[in-house]
Design a protein around this ligand. Structure first.
Ligand code: ZN
Length: 238
């Protein structure tokens, strides 16, 4: 599988003047603007029910504009289904109320090596085309005296995946959240994902995958980084 490595630390907002690029160019190059998901100030004034109603009517219009007959029994419920899916499932990570609460535990075993949670399957959507990005996230940290429940690592990945995303931002958002929650810089993330907007449209490259990584604190050191990468490559024995 051909892989494209993106060095996150070299991505600076000021390097790119997006206003000089066309909408198609920005989409095809998959360029994002900031680590924070760009949100409107009034993002949560409407209730979820109100959002679903509004999206339903707009999506109905999109389908009708495409020429689809919404009186067809198979199609008539689609606008409502899509609206509900957007708000309560695939974009539910836009709402901070859905952020997993991260309870920490005392590191009673005094385990001071890295912990790697690998092969976390996630599904996200490209913010430029609203089609799926899916793949595996590998997450690691070195305890700073506290530990987090393993399922929480998974939940944090899923929360940030459930937003319109660019892969670089997804990587950094997960990393920053883990650093914040675990109160340590020593966090590493590697995401290996497929973008349907690349494989099913545009350049139609079916085999390429995108790899993004984040190495904080001790993981920036070559030995620790290599140890992390070795664990990811390790074949499971069960
Ligand atoms: Zn895309």
């Amino acid at each position: 599988m051909k892989q494209k490595e993106i060095m996150l630390n070299t991505l600076h907002k000021d390097d790119i003047n997006l206003s000089e690029m066309s909408a198609d160019e920005i989409g095809n190059e998959h360029i994002g603007t900031s680590i924070e998901t760009p949100m409107k100030k009034d993002a949560f004034v409407m209730t979820n029910e109100e959002k679903i109603k509004k999206i339903e009517s707009h999506f109905k219009e999109i389908m009708e504009t495409l020429g689809l007959d919404l009186t067809d029994d198979s199609l008539k419920g689609t606008p409502q289904r899509v609206a509900k899916m957007y708000v309560t499932e695939i974009f539910s990570g836009l709402d901070p109320a859905n952020k997993p609460s991260a309870k920490l535990f005392e590191n009673k075993y005094k385990y001071n090596q890295m912990l790697v949670e690998k092969d976390i399957t996630f599904y996200s959507n490209c913010e430029h085309h609203f089609v799926p990005i899916f793949g595996k996230a590998h997450v690691a940290y070195i305890s700073n005296g506290k530990v987090i429940g393993l399922s929480k690592l998974n939940r944090i990945v899923q929360y940030f995946a459930k937003r319109p995303q660019v892969q670089e931002r997804l990587t950094v958002q997960i990393a920053k959240e883990l650093q914040n929650v675990l109160k340590t810089e020593d966090v590493a993330i590697l995401i290996d994902a497929k973008h349907l907007c690349v494989s099913s449209r545009g350049v139609q490259d079916h085999n390429s995958a995108t790899v993004t990584s984040f190495y904080g604190g001790k993981f920036a050191g070559e030995t620790t980084k290599q140890e992390f990468l070795k664990y990811i490559e390790m074949k499971t024995q069960y």
